[in-house]
Design a protein around this ligand. Structure first.
Ligand code: HEM
Length: 84
């Protein structure tokens, strides 16, 4: 539920850059992308480029029309915030 969502800084996000533990941010929301990797139509390698970082720019360049909020709703971890 919304109460368990985390506030995640860029340095926290950076820790999750492995295939088995991959997080990425899109439009201010942080998702666990690991479960989606095998299903990405553009391939795992492409998606792993944004692991541990903000993927908004690359996402918008490749397919701005894809609704990530809807597709990865179950994988939402929290919200990207600035370093304290
Ligand atoms: C294709 C979802 C992130 C690169 C696709 C398609 C979907 C999708 C649904 C098929 C789109 C279509 O055919 O109209 C997602 C989701 C992402 C994500 C939910 C975030 C979790 C990314 C990122 C990149 C990327 C960050 C680039 C670094 C591509 C490429 C294709 C593609 C190159 C085209 C594959 C082809 O047509 O051969 N993605 N994507 N995607 N995606 Fe992603």
């Amino acid at each position: 539920g919304v109460n368990s969502l985390m506030r995640i800084t860029p340095s926290m996000l950076k820790q999750h850059n492995k295939r088995e533990d991959a997080w990425s941010a899109f439009h201010g929301k942080v998702y666990n992308i690991t479960p989606y990797l095998p299903y990405h139509p553009g391939g795992e390698k492409e998606l792993m480029r944004v692991a541990g970082r903000d993927g908004t720019r690359l996402f918008s360049l490749t397919h701005a029309w894809v609704n990530v909020d809807y597709m990865l709703d179950e994988c939402l971890v929290g919200f990207l915030v600035n370093e304290p």
